[in-house]
Design a binder for this molecule. Structure first.
Ligand SMILES: Cc1cc2nc3c(=O)[nH]c(=O)nc-3n(C[C@H](O)[C@H](O)[C@H](O)COP(=O)(O)O)c2cc1C
Length: 256
């Protein structure tokens, strides 16, 4: 056993001696925090994220590209299946490109909303949001970021590289992207004007990339309103399991 492991904890240490001989490893830099600091940080972050809202009226005020680079750099720290990093973040602030995206998105959304491509149940779900086919914000927001999932990679010699858990990986990266934007004081909206093949065409992306979601990025327009939505409380989203399902345990001690 590698001397760096506490004796008796693991019988199969990672990395094994053989693995380390075959592939590079390095020590993890990890700082254990004081529990009070951990709690403070966790509460601060939750308070910050609770204030995140999707915005559908953006200000035209400019945003430095450097801030987008920081958000995308953060997104690109995400874990991914077999570390394939199967994402491309395409950024545009070009008015003609934004206009072309708006026009194509509105054409698809008009079919969704006006020509029955979304069914009655979906329509009911969207009613409190009041979304329709108008997507002016796609031209007004200073930046559009389109996240593409790479169905497979392409090596320098043109051969295909298998990607794994693409949607899961891109979803996690996209979550970090949204969190990074909110943390730096920018607003966004995950937008999916499906089908989204027009984004591949307008942005000139290769065949192995598929649009995942479109994100207008900027400041909210002053005075903008958002739907008054309720988020599920913790007891509706978190389940604690303390024994395998189907295994009878001791009866719970009752109070009093
Ligand atoms: C995958 C995904 C797709 C979405 N697509 C759209 C969309 O096409 N148009 C839109 O207005 N909002 C879209 N939204 C935003 C949701 O409506 C919004 O996140 C939800 O109503 C909760 O509001 P909040 O983001 O302010 O918490 C999408 C969100 C997600 C996660």
């Amino acid at each position: 056993m590698d001397a760096a492991y506490p004796a008796g904890v693991y019988r199969h240490p990672y990395p094994s001696v053989g693995l380390k001989a075959a592939h590079p490893f390095r020590p993890l830099h990890f700082e254990r925090l004081d529990p009070a600091v951990m709690r403070h940080r966790a509460e601060e972050f939750r308070r910050l994220m609770e204030r995140r809202r999707s915005v559908r009226m953006f200000s035209p005020d400019p945003v430095p590209r450097e801030l987008l680079e920081l958000a995308i750099g953060t997104a690109a720290t995400a874990p991914s299946g077999a570390h394939r990093q199967p994402w491309t973040f395409v950024v545009t602030g070009d008015p003609a490109t934004k206009r072309a995206i708006r026009e194509a998105a509105e054409a698809e959304e008009r079919r969704n909303y006006e020509e029955g491509r979304i069914n009655a149940e979906w329509r009911r779900a969207l009613a409190p949001l009041g979304t329709d086919w108008h997507k002016e914000f796609l031209e007004v927001a200073p930046w559009l970021v389109v996240v593409f999932e790479q169905r497979y990679g392409v090596a320098a010699d043109g051969s295909r590289i298998q990607h794994y858990y693409v949607k899961e990986s891109v979803g996690i990266a996209t979550g970090l992207f949204v969190a990074a934007l909110h943390t730096m004081g920018l607003a966004t909206l995950p937008h999916t004007p499906s089908p989204m093949a027009f984004l591949t065409r307008i942005l000139g992306r290769p065949e192995h990339e598929r649009p995942f979601a479109l994100f207008p990025v900027g400041y909210p327009l002053d005075g903008v309103e958002v739907p008054d939505l309720r988020r599920k409380p913790l007891d509706e989203v978190m389940v604690v399991v303390d024994r395998p399902a189907g295994v009878p345990g001791e009866p719970q001690a009752s109070a009093g």
